[in-house]
Design a protein around this ligand. Structure first.
Ligand SMILES: Cc1cc2nc3c(=O)[nH]c(=O)nc-3n(C[C@H](O)[C@H](O)[C@H](O)COP(=O)(O)OP(=O)(O)OC[C@H]3O[C@@H](n4cnc5c(N)ncnc54)[C@H](O)[C@@H]3O)c2cc1C
Length: 387
């Protein structure tokens, strides 16, 4: 192979969608004399996409995780450790298990939740991680009548369809329990329209679908606080809502270790070259929720696992081309589709391709049984490390 240099170290930070996809693809593209190491503080990672079904008792908590230890079977070294600093000048990463030097670094450390940004939200409910989802599941199993609100704090947040999917699943569950007529479901979002990232037609369709199910939508109202009794939420437009159950989507932030590395350059998320996902530091790439990939005017590719995984694969191909001194792969195209379940048997799909010369080719496909079959297949594939 021309110019092929042996013994390069590829280090991947984070074992979520982006990190695992980068590790799997890198290992399949790069000869074994080059090492691929993935570092995450957690051995078991969770599929958050199951949470909207989990909270209504339709997913088994024991099946929401996968063990990163299994990566060893694929020739990927897994290190379970907290990452405390990233030194791009010295090309090394400090962890609780020691320092790791790299030739190529992939940062896939996701987003963290800033519960403190919405005072009182820690007393309310959520479905953005396993612990909050389990608590909401217990509350919903006791719910008989009253008002439930799902309130988003501020964009960007993971999986833009998730608040609506959750409302749809709670609607479905209340109907199954025979209590729908005694329950009010309200979704409040800070944006002017739902799912705006997928275009005006998707927004309009989703508005209709929510209305047909009696789910009220309030736009332009980000939740800014929850009263200490967790029975009233206050919004950015000056309004407030009393409710029996308040469910919030937290403010998302870049992880501290990434901000401190200088990779964000003082910005809220890690800027990258949209074609290669390389950061301002050479041979350092950022994939998934931790980055911002702009398109159009002031918009960005959504924070979702499917995009994180596509980015991981794209970055692995670029790293392989640099190690093997071959032609660079095609530019990243920003493609992927998320699920938006309406019930246990029907799921819509949102997405398409964001980075095309003609602009984003994205939309919302109506709910169908085949959409739900794809969602179930996706979950199985994730557990088996096929994604
Ligand atoms: C309710 C809900 C529903 C969703 N539904 C979907 C869906 O249907 N489809 C979809 O595509 N996406 C969905 N998503 C979004 C998806 O879960 C995220 O976008 C995706 O997980 C992002 O992947 P990532 O690799 O960027 O980061 P993550 O998956 O967040 O992985 C980051 C990893 O980094 C590790 N880490 C962070 N900091 C450190 C540190 N200092 N030291 C060591 N390790 C560290 C973490 O432990 C974590 O494992 C949903 C999310 C939610 C909350």
């Amino acid at each position: 192979m021309p110019g092929h240099t042996p013994g390069k170290k590829v280090v991947i930070l984070g074992g979520g969608f982006g990190g695992v996809a980068a590790a799997r693809a890198a290992r399949s593209l790069i000869p074994v004399e080059h090492s691929v190491t993935l570092i995450d503080r957690s051995r078991v990672t969770r599929l958050c996409g199951m949470n909207p079904m989990l909270i209504v008792g339709e997913r088994d908590v024991r099946k929401t995780g996968r063990s990163l230890g299994q990566l060893a079977n694929r020739g990927i070294e897994f290190v379970e450790s907290e990452i405390s600093s990233i030194d791009t000048a010295g090309r090394s990463v400090q962890t609780a298990a020691g320092a790791y030097e790299y030739d190529y670094l992939v940062v896939g450390l996701g987003a963290t939740y800033d519960w403190g940004a919405v005072p009182g939200s820690d007393l309310a409910y959520s479905f953005y991680d396993l612990e909050t989802s389990r608590r909401l599941r217990r509350r919903l199993s006791r719910f008989r009548r009253g008002r439930l609100v799902i309130s988003v704090a501020a964009p960007p947040y993971k999986c833009p369809p998730a608040p609506f999917e959750t409302a749809m699943m709670i609607h479905w569950y209340f109907r199954k329990q025979g209590i729908r007529k005694d329950a009010e479901i309200i979704v409040t979002i800070p944006e002017p329209a739902p799912l705006a990232v997928a275009g005006p037609a998707a927004s309009a369709r989703l508005r209709d679908d929510l209305e047909r199910r009696g789910i009220e939508l309030r736009t332009g109202a980000g939740v800014i606080s929850v009263r200490p009794d967790a029975m009233e939420a206050v919004y950015s437009d000056g309004s407030s809502l009393a409710a029996d159950v308040i469910v919030t989507v937290p403010v998302h932030r870049v992880p501290r270790v990434v901000a401190e590395s200088g990779l964000t350059n003082g910005k809220p998320w890690t800027p990258v070259n949209a074609n290669t996902l390389e950061t301002a530091a050479s041979d350092v790439f950022a994939v998934g929720d931790v980055n911002v990939v702009p398109f159009g005017e002031g918009r960005a590719i959504p924070k979702a696992g499917v995009f994180a995984a596509g980015q991981g694969e794209s970055v692995a191909a670029t790293i392989a081309s640099r190690i093997l001194d071959t032609a660079p792969p095609p530019a990243y195209d920003g493609s992927g589709e998320c699920f938006l379940a309406y019930s246990t048997t029907q799921s819509a799909m949102v997405g398409g391709t964001f980075l095309t010369p003609a602009g984003p080719q994205v939309g919302l496909r109506p709910p169908s049984m085949s959409g739900m079959r794809s969602k179930e297949r996706f979950e199985k594939d994730w557990r088996r490390f096929r994604i």
